[in-house]
Design a protein around this ligand. Structure first.
Ligand SMILES: [Fe+2]
Ligand SMILES: [Fe+2]
Length: 215
């Protein structure tokens, strides 16, 4: 396990301003995605609105974590970094690709969130740790929703699911690359995070009914 960083140091605060922003903007984006999904899937509307509201609370919780450390999140950078995923969701939505929208949020972004929070939890400051632990449980539930929805329709969703993954997985991984130095500065090993994402994604695909990664 990585050693605990000096949460009050200038270098920690500087790195955290970018990581914290990515988390806040990512949670707000997830909130928006679930609300859009609620409109696309009326039969699950209430459930999806509930999941979206959880994301809104996650964003607020992480705003508090930045504030607690006296850090101003670099929201403009985070919006720029998350733009490819945002644009992919919007494109799927405008094409009527509901499976793509659902795969992007409930499989890839949730796997990414689970992996990131699993790696952050052991090195989080004492204020952020319980917030992160609670959020992690929620993200597991969101991932479970996505797995179940996709599993029930596996043959019908296979093609759009694979198309979505081919575009979104590299986009998610390039986010990590952009923040590599900042992850190291807050005591997260970037390679460990990638490994965690791969494990989480593989498990999700198996839960859906794939025997392995899509071709
Ligand atoms: Fe969340
Ligand atoms: Fe989530």
């Amino acid at each position: 396990m990585a050693s605990r960083p000096d949460y009050g140091s200038a270098s920690y605060g500087d790195a955290f301003s970018r990581i914290n922003a990515l988390v806040i903007v990512g949670e707000a984006m997830a909130d928006r995605h679930f609300r859009r999904l609620a409109a696309l899937l009326p039969q699950d509307r209430e459930e999806l609105r509930r999941l979206g509201a959880m994301e809104g609370r996650h964003a607020a919780g992480f705003v508090g974590c930045g504030r607690h450390l006296g850090v101003t999140p670099d929201l403009a950078l985070a919006r720029r970094l998350l733009a490819p995923l945002q644009q992919q969701f919007d494109a799927c939505e405008s094409e009527g690709d509901v499976v793509g929208c659902l795969t992007l949020q409930c499989l890839i972004i949730e796997c990414f969130a689970v992996a990131a929070y699993r790696c952050y939890l052991p090195v989080a400051d004492p204020y952020a740790a319980p917030i992160t632990a609670a959020v992690l449980q929620d993200e597991d539930e969101h991932l479970g929703y996505g797995e179940q929805w996709l599993r029930q329709r596996l043959e019908a969703v296979r093609e759009p699911l694979e198309r979505c993954c081919r575009q979104a997985v590299p986009a998610a991984l390039s986010l990590l690359q952009a923040l590599q130095a900042d992850l190291e500065a807050i005591a997260i090993a970037p390679l460990e995070l990638i490994a965690e994402f791969v494990v989480c994604f593989q498990e999700a695909l198996e839960a859906i009914g794939y025997m392995g990664l899509p071709e």
